[in-house]
Write a protein that binds this ligand. Sequence first.
Ligand code: GDP
Ligand code: IMO
Ligand code: MG
Length: 445
Amino acid sequence: MPATCVIGLQWGDEAKGKLVDLLTADFDVIVRYQGGANAGHTVVVDGQTYKLHLIPSGILNPAVKNVIAAGVVLNPETLLAEIEGLEKRGVAVQSNLLLSSRAHVVFPWHVEEDRLQSSRSVQGEQIGTTLRGIGPCYRDKVGRLYAVRLGDLGRADFRDIVARITAAKNDYFAAIRGSETSVPLDPDAIHAQYQQYAHRLQPLMVDSTAFLLDNAEAGKRILLEGAQGALLDIDHGTFPFVTSSNSSGVGVSSGSGLPGRWVERVLGVMKCYSTRVGGGPFPTEQDNETGAHIRKLGNEFGTTTGRPRRCGWFDAVAVRYSARLSGVDSLAVMMIDVLSELPEIKVCTAYEIDGERVTQFPAHADDLRRAKPVYESIAGWQKDVRNVRRLADLPSPARAYLDRLSELLQRPVGIVSVGPGREQTIIAHSDWDCLVERGLARRAN
Ligand code: GDP
Ligand code: IMO
Ligand code: MG
């Protein structure tokens, strides 16, 4: 049985965590394959909220294996804290988690570089990273000279590697810090600390590439959990206001090591409005009362950093692009409940750039910055939908909105979410009847 992917189609936080948790019971293996602890995936089960940063959102189901694959950048300290936090709450983590020995390791110097660079602007704006050292770690991975993989931590030459890298990083920091003084990195302390981490993580380390290929070839069901969203993709997103990995569907194979032939289904996850955390162009942003209303009802504050998320109307130009880029075959539309009180809802169907009407998502952030959204208005439903469990029971304007999104994106809506809980889910397409069979959702009609 080939693999299924869950990919965010906007700028992250589309509720991938909720969906992955929901789908987990139909799979044998759940995989995080890119990004790092910049991600914050929320799972709500029986009123309990779990915030996952590195550990796949399948971890609450003890019957599945969870894999952190080669394309992830992994901060051992964050991971150990996450494991401990979950185990304290009774979740069996150690027995169900595997870590790729190929995953690159985030060190204190990466976090420090992220911090030092955070006040700098590019194209007149700050990127506004999560300050988790993600960009600097990926940069060192590609540069190779100063990179360390998880499997290197237990090797005999690890002390020499740390000494060589800290010497180079101390020189670099001295050069870029300017008047700010700080204590140089201490190679012995870092070595000792990371050896301890290695000791604790060693039992979980595997060759995840071989493991996933073996599982795919043995017919196991694999669910790949994207982090961030397609519009933050390093190559195809709103560069330079992106993250440092391939967070659209195109990153699945490189990050996991599973070639595209194994990927059978791609579920694109999107909110029925837009949000963005950090800098970068956002044509449909509502920096006004409407945006504040959405932020309040959607509780749109970052899972990882707590920052208020910028909020705006749904952008069909952007999502049509990201759905095509990610090879999406069906859509999960989340947060329908958040728009319930609004009398009118807008959808951006085209941009006007320098007086010209455009439906192709621009490749340059500057063009996107100049894009004026062309909106279509849709009537609101102004009814509480949080307890609706069947498509037919949604108010007709809400169904019309879903139909219009599906039409604009040229893909069927498979799943609709009306709240954070597992049970607050509507199955809109027979492809996802597996959820109905397990009593997790009701059939459409
Ligand atoms: P992720 O990074 O894509 O996993 O998303 P986040 O966890 O960062 O943000 C999604 C937030 O929305 C979380 O707090 C979820 O609990 C919540 N959520 C998920 N689905 C729904 C929904 O349909 N309605 C509402 N109101 N909240 C939802
Ligand atoms: P999940 O998986 C939303 C954003 C940051 C910043 C940019 C670069 O929870 O959807 P980075 O720290 O990656 O170098 O920051 O990317 N960003 C996210 N925004 N959700 C995320 O993850 C994000 N991960 C990174 O806000 O704009
Ligand atoms: Mg998130």
